[in-house]
Design a protein around this ligand. Structure first.
Ligand SMILES: *Cc1c(COP(=O)(O)O)cnc(C)c1O
Length: 401
């Protein structure tokens, strides 16, 4: 959680590819090419006076790595410039980012509206955790703008959504939902994990806050956890600064360094994975063992027009329903040789997930059915392997379904 990071050279005006490589770099006196990893808990001061000034906020240096750290600051600055946000703070995990962004600005008596199709743990925070602290929440069908409108109460402070949704890849109208939120005096927080900063910029579409699990595409190589919250200077100063300093959801400098280096290749990885995902979606769409396939970017996606309007590219994820329910899906999953069974996504390695028994097993069967998460539904996160190998692997596995 940095507070005082200034980039070596202002890079905010460069194109995204350049920002991914250069933004936020703080070069030390040794002139290193690759960003340094500052594995330090604390900092020392030249004098007691300097230390006092630092604590008073009159001297801009570092105090303690729960508050800020040069490596963490470089990661945050790169994310801020990539997203085009005014400010941001990183966290230990994506869930720490979601929980902090949602909870920090609220108090007992407030109300939250959220789209019911979301990552299982996000749904726990909104549906189970908030009400225990006197914060009411309403879950709506995120695709139905009327439901968002009708859910607004005088005490509604926050709207929360994910788009594309996990795992069914529905695409929600961020601009229209932001407008409804703002009319009701609420802020819109968007979990942009599935779209990645490469394909979607929620702040430009009208959202107030963006959250990431950096664990996914931003690392992209399955190594470490991390999260990020991005928004205005005012949001960070008013709602995050003290909350995060005192409650401590801080990221490790080591993980921030891994993620900082991950950002350098984020654009090329996400582009390659998306191109492969599009080809794989087309190759699977007509497979006789598949009853339904969803891919943002295909003309038959239920919100195809909206995908074109609010996203710059499709997705690295493909969703499909295997005939024969859970047994059929399990036979296909067990027969895969390259794509591995996992609950993760965004990795260089292709990963397959059975949401009904993993990420969404906590939900009642009716709640799953309502979200379109059937027993045969599989989420495929396309990696960096050769797409023809993946297609051959998927075909031989589906033949066994
Ligand atoms: C994984 C994920 C999270 C949580 O991130 P962690 O880093 O695992 O804590 C939140 N939202 C979405 C959409 C995710 O896919």
């Amino acid at each position: 959680m940095s507070e005082s990071t200034k980039p070596v050279s202002p890079t905010a005006h460069y194109r995204p590819e350049t920002r991914l490589v250069h933004s936020g770099t703080l070069r030390s006196e040794f002139g290193e090419t690759s960003e340094a990893l500052f594995l330090t808990q604390g900092y020392v001061y030249d004098t007691a006076e300097q230390c006092e000034a630092r604590f008073k906020g009159e001297d801009p240096g570092y105090i303690y790595s729960r508050y800020s750290n040069p490596t963490i600051g470089m990661f945050e600055r790169r994310m801020i410039e990539l997203e085009g946000a005014e400010a941001g703070r990183s966290t230990a995990t994506g869930m720490a980012a979601v929980t902090t962004a949602v909870l920090a600005p609220l108090k007992a008596g407030d109300h939250v509206v959220a789209a019911k199709a979301m990552f299982g743990s996000c749904r726990y925070v909104i549906e189970d955790l908030l009400p225990r602290y006197g914060i009411a929440s309403t879950l709506v069908d995120g695709l139905d703008l009327d439901q968002w409108r009708k859910a607004v109460r005088p005490n509604t402070k926050t709207f929360f959504l994910e788009s594309p949704t996990n795992p069914t890849l529905d695409v929600l109208d961020i601009g229209a939902i932001a407008e409804i939120a703002h009319q009701g005096g609420a802020r819109l927080i968007v979990d942009n994990v599935f779209a990645t900063p490469i394909w979607q910029s929620p702040l430009t579409l009208g959202a107030d806050v963006v959250v990431y699990s950096a664990t996914k595409h931003i690392d992209g190589q399955g190594r470490c956890l991390g999260g990020m919250i991005l928004g205005t200077e005012a949001f960070v100063a008013e709602h995050l600064h003290n909350f995060m300093r005192q409650t401590g959801p801080s990221i490790s400098p080591f993980n921030a360094w891994v993620l900082l280096k991950g950002l350098e290749t984020l654009g090329v990885r996400v582009r390659a994975q998306t191109e492969s995902a599009a080809v794989i979606a087309d190759a699977l769409a007509q497979h006789p063992k598949i009853s339904r396939l969803v891919y943002p970017g295909r003309a038959d996606h239920p919100q195809a027009a909206l995908v074109k309007k609010q996203m710059r590219g499709g997705s690295t994820l493909v969703g499909f329903e295997v005939k024969g329910g859970k047994a059929g899906a399990f036979r296909a999953l067990n027969a895969l040789k390259i794509a591995r069974i996992s609950n993760n996504l965004g990795d260089a390695k292709s990963l397959v997930t059975h949401p009904a028994t993993t990420t969404h097993q906590r939900l009642a069967p009716e709640a799953r059915a309502e979200l379109g998460i059937s027993e045969g539904f599989i989420r495929l996160s396309v990696g960096l392997e050769h797409r023809d190998d993946l297609i051959e692997d998927l075909h031989q596995a589906l033949d066994k379904a």
